[in-house]
Write a protein that binds this ligand. Structure first.
Ligand SMILES: NC(=O)c1ccc[n+]([C@@H]2O[C@H](COP(=O)([O-])OP(=O)(O)OC[C@H]3O[C@@H](n4cnc5c(N)ncnc54)[C@H](OP(=O)(O)O)[C@@H]3O)[C@@H](O)[C@H]2O)c1
Length: 302
């Protein structure tokens, strides 16, 4: 390992934001500007231990499991910059705290954290439980004294993929306009922050690039997929009976049901806010929902 080149460790590289982040970083790694490591529970299919991985030839694999403290130190060894992404679980609190502590010990200098969209003082910042958890993690990072950048994305456009069937878009946002952002755009700001930490140190990026009602989103989907898609609002009780209920950790899932209840009562108006933080940080326009659907057309067709 060339110690003159910064070493970047990415968590969540098999997921929606992390996979795009690795792709953003790969070209810089190919130019020899950075070394990129993906910290994962298991080697993705097609890779081989110690060699090229399924992520791409420039990305090296490091074994890491949030639930196994004995994997933290080896994953962080020699790392300069860390992308901290936690899963959909209340365990994000202990996972983040322990990893930040270990990052300090390992000599990491900059952390880019993926949080949530909680404009300060707004109802979502107090009323959505997992948004509060993410704010506590952000405070802990700031308290650590490490250099940091906070990413605060609104609702991922990618959430729509699993919510569309043959003729309906099933979401729990009542009739409220919802700020959306493409995970690829979130990843781009993450990559910029990891590549130029001095420029992005101490900054917070609220990423919410287009606000749509789900009726409007369904209209875009109908046009692009070439079949009639109608918005079918889900009640909180219907959310509880989704297959997702068995897949997401219980406390986090209750946060989603709680959002559904608050949406019915129009108690979370800040979800509809948009920002220009993406344009300001990247220098170009964000991905629109229509562009996103076009790019992911195969995923919607499945
Ligand atoms: N959905 C939204 O609209 C939204 C909006 C704003 C913020 N967020 C935040 O986004 C974050 C999730 O990002 P995402 O959607 O990109 O995630 P994702 O696609 O669900 O991927 C989760 C990643 O975490 C990894 N992971 C899970 N458990 C792990 C463990 N024990 N040890 C190591 N790695 C583990 C997974 O790896 P495996 O392949 O091993 O499972 C995967 O790479 C959450 O913090 C959430 O609060 C979401």
């Amino acid at each position: 390992m060339n110690t003159a080149i910064p070493n970047i460790l990415v968590l969540g590289g098999t997921g929606r934001v992390g996979s795009h982040l690795l792709r953003h970083l790969e070209s810089r790694a190919a130019q020899g500007k950075v070394n990129v490591f993906a910290a994962c529970r298991r080697i993705p299919d097609g890779s081989s231990r110690g060699g090229d991985s399924a992520f791409g030839r420039q990305v090296r694999f490091r074994h890491f499991d949030f639930d196994r403290l004995d994997t933290y130190a080896s994953a962080l060894a020699g790392i300069d910059r860390l992308f901290l992404l936690t899963g959909y679980t209340v365990a994000m609190l202990e996972h983040s705290k322990n990893l930040i502590d270990m990052a300090q010990v390992a000599g990491v200098s900059h952390i880019v954290h993926l949080g949530t969209f909680h404009p300060p003082g707004g109802p979502a910042s107090r009323g959505v439980r997992h948004f509060v958890w993410h704010q506590l993690v952000e405070s802990y990072i700031e308290h650590s004294g490490l250099s940091f950048t906070h990413l605060n994305p609104n609702t991922f456009m990618q959430n729509c993929i699993g919510a569309v069937d043959q003729h309906s878009l099933r979401m729990f946002f009542a009739d409220q306009r919802i700020g959306l952002v493409d995970c690829k755009d979130v990843a781009e700001i993450g990559a910029l922050s990891l590549l130029e930490p001095d420029r992005h140190a101490g900054k917070r990026y609220f990423l919410s690039t287009e606000a749509l009602t789900m009726e409007e989103a369904a209209a875009v989907l109908s046009q692009e997929l070439g079949r009639a898609i109608k918005y079918q609002p889900l009640s909180p009780a219907e959310v509880r009976s989704l297959p997702l209920a068995g897949l997401i950790e219980r406390s986090y899932f209750e946060c989603i049901v709680d959002i559904a209840e608050k949406m019915q009562r129009a108690e979370l108006p800040d979800f509809s806010q948009t920002t220009t933080d993406f344009e300001l940080a990247s220098g170009h326009a964000p991905t629109s929902f229509r562009e996103f659907v076009r790019r992911e057309i195969d995923a919607f067709a499945a």
